[in-house]
Design a protein around this ligand. Structure first.
Ligand code: GDP
Ligand code: CA
Length: 307
């Protein structure tokens, strides 16, 4: 069974670990968000791709939810002592990957090719693809002006309310090699419980990817990132309240018009299934606290496919 998963960082990485427990990893293709990518200290960092990569390679820091386990911070300490920029945290183990990727990109290798090499080197069997090899960057409109994604998310801790989201470069971006082929060969498409606006939004802003999902002949199932109307982590609930007018399952589904056939909603949101239209609700426990709960959530989502 070939499965394609559209994924952001933390929530996506947790979910994807469950997917490769349920589906043969070689038959799993993950399409990752690159709208969060940035240059830090001269290096190209792809935070969402790396969260998925580290999770699948079994080297992620599960407590923190991002970066690598057993991390140390000596390089960043030196940067601080020398008056360099330290707002974006990069650990020593993490840095090694950014060095390799940055050099490859400077030598002209596309991001998808570098990513494929990194996943192989780390022993990951699933296919991890950036949505696009082209430059695509998320901008956040706020009362203090339009901010680059990471300035809003990390430097300002996502405290500014969001008035709008823009994906620079999306209009001209083409899908990375393998993305459209993966979708065409899929028996099921899953949207991870990632932030609909800033994690899955940039992927769906690539016109060819959105069109491929619109044309799908196989079920597409999204998993809500909200439990009891609240995000498990991050600003998704505040963004939905402000940009969509609410945090019900119908508000989540409305982020994916014409793109999904079913939405997995948490038991705690099952009292409010009005307004879903032809999107079928699948009620499940959606908190991913360990391997069993991750697997059960994926089974529930795929149960929606088999039904
Ligand atoms: P980011 O790129 O690191 O911000 O990560 P994502 O966008 O992939 O994931 C963030 C979203 O994951 C948040 O909206 C969370 O509510 C959601 N999330 C995190 N853990 C869980 C979980 O265990 N269950 C569900 N349903 N959502 C989760
Ligand atoms: Ca992200």
């Amino acid at each position: 069974m070939n499965v394609v998963v559209l994924s952001g960082g933390v929530g996506g990485a947790r979910f994807v670990r469950g997917v490769v427990d349920v589906v043969e990893p070689r038959e799993v293709t993950i399409v990752g968000n690159v709208g969060d990518d940035l240059e830090v200290l001269g290096m190209h960092v792809s935070p969402d791709l790396d969260s998925v990569l580290y999770a699948l390679a079994g080297v992620a820091d599960e407590q923190r939810g991002w970066g690598r386990a057993d991390e140390t911070w000596h390089a960043l300490g030196t940067v601080a002592a020398l008056g360099g920029e330290t707002w974006f945290l990069l650990g020593d183990r993490d840095l090694g990957l950014h060095l390799v990727r940055t050099q490859a990109l400077r030598d002209g290798e596309p991001l998808s090719a570098v990513t494929a090499r990194l996943t192989r080197q780390l022993g990951v069997e699933a296919t991890l693809l950036p949505a696009t090899d082209d430059r695509l960057r998320t901008w956040i409109a706020t009362a203090v002006g339009e901010l680059p994604f990471q300035e809003w998310f990390v430097a300002r801790a996502a405290r500014d309310e969001v008035d709008g989201v823009r994906f620079e470069g999306a209009g001209d971006a083409t899908a990375a090699p393998g993305v459209l082929e993966g979708v065409a060969a899929a028996d099921a498409i899953l949207l991870a419980p990632s932030n609909p606006y800033v994690s899955l939004g940039p992927i769906l802003a690539v016109e060819a990817i959105r069109a491929a999902l619109e044309r799908r002949r196989v079920p597409c199932v999204a998993v809500s990132p909200l439990i009891g109307g609240r995000a498990v982590k991050g600003p998704a609930d505040r963004m939905l309240a402000r940009l969509a007018g609410g945090t019900s399952p119908a508000h989540v589904a409305a982020c994916y018009p014409g793109l999904i056939d079913a939405l997995v909603v948490d038991e705690r949101d099952a009292h409010d299934l009005a307004g879903l239209g032809d999107v079928r609700p699948i009620v499940a426990r959606t908190l991913m606290r360990d391997a069993d709960s991750r697997r059960a959530l994926v089974e529930a989502a795929l149960g929606g496919v088999r039904a």
